[in-house]
Design a protein. Structure first.
Length: 335
């Protein structure tokens, strides 16, 4: 009876700790209820932080404080260890144009294979220069982080790079926090399984199994999060927008002096004038059949209106009274 009462009390305490701990994990932290649980989570988090070389969740390369409060300069080994413990997600984005679209697409795939990466997404639109529909391709590549610099050096072989942007995100705090929570959950899982083996009451078994199922579910969630983090960290994301062109874009430096600004504006005006003339010529020649048809219709309308006007004028003249010479003289004398 004492053993059964002890197991029931232990199960009740574990359930209370689990419920409060689950609520806290949904909100802000994974603080435990009992003093022993708080100590376990704190020790797990502290151990993870110490192993990762971070202080308060942030990577630290600052010197350690001695007993008298003085700061010691970090050694090269400490700096290297702190850098390697940081979890950073890197992303690159390219805008590239090419005169040889098919060769450039093949080059993108070849570079990805050479870097031991893989194509996550790809798509091509357009039908080609022959059908007057220039093509465009979009790639999302996953390149190993250690090969990213090599990819940057080789990206110029794909085509003419118009724009390159890069970004990095330090997720060390989230990563190690998730890792510590997962370690704490696995400890809780082991304790629940041990209690489940010792329990003999059906009520206690049901309660323990429910708590164990909830802990297993959280473990799966945190494990999936860590796997996603590892994938984003180990394989950088490279986005490429590849455009087919018939004439390469001229990249000009930003004018600084007055002469450079005037020259740049003059060239821009000439290009605009040339573009307008070219567009007008294309419109006139390309739309010649339509323009000729509209001109014939307009000429026919003008001819009909002119003929009708002359007919009305003749009719008006016939309708006016005809005076004889004597009537005209008499009318003049009356005046």
């Amino acid at each position: 009876m004492k053993n059964r009462g002890f197991l029931a009390l232990a199960a009740a305490l574990l359930m209370t700790a689990y419920i409060l701990g689950g609520c806290a994990s949904q909100g802000k932290s994974t603080a435990a209820v009992s003093a022993a649980g708080q100590k376990s989570v704190a020790m797990d988090t502290q151990a993870a932080n110490e192993a990762a070389g971070i202080d308060g969740g942030q990577p630290s390369v600052a010197g350690k404080k001695t007993a008298n409060g003085a700061n010691n300069a970090p050694t090269a080994g400490e700096i290297a260890a702190a850098s390697s413990s940081q979890k950073i997600i890197e992303r690159l984005s390219y805008q590239i144009e090419t005169l040889k679209f098919d060769d450039s697409v093949q080059k993108v795939q070849s570079l990805c294979t050479e870097m031991n990466g893989y194509v996550q997404e790809s798509g091509v639109t357009g039908s080609g220069i022959e059908k007057q529909n220039l093509r465009s391709a979009n790639f999302v590549l996953r390149i190993p982080q250690e090969k990213l610099s090599q990819f940057k050096n080789s990206a110029g072989s794909i085509g003419s790079i118009l724009n390159l942007s890069s970004s990095s995100e330090n997720i060390s705090e989230s990563y190690y926090d998730t890792e510590a929570r997962l370690k704490s959950l696995r400890t809780q899982q082991e304790r629940l399984m041990a209690l489940l083996q010792k329990s003999g009451s059906l009520t206690d078994i049901i309660a323990l199994e429910k708590a164990l199922a909830d802990v297993n579910y959280q473990i799966e969630q945190y494990t999936g999060t860590l796997r996603q983090y590892d994938s984003l960290i180990n394989y950088s994301t490279v986005s490429i927008q590849l455009n087919e062109v018939v004439k390469p874009t001229e990249l000009e430096k930003t004018p600084v002096t007055l002469g450079e600004k005037i020259s740049s504006q003059f060239k821009s005006s000439l290009r605009a004038l040339g573009g307008f003339g070219e567009g007008l010529l294309i419109f006139v020649i390309g739309g010649a059949p339509v323009i000729l048809f509209l001109a014939v219709i307009a000429a026919a309308v003008v001819f009909v209106l002119h003929k009708r006007k002359r007919r009305f004028q003749k009719a008006a003249q016939k309708a006016q009274p005809v005076f004889t010479q004597e009537q005209k003289e008499e009318s003049s004398r009356d005046k």
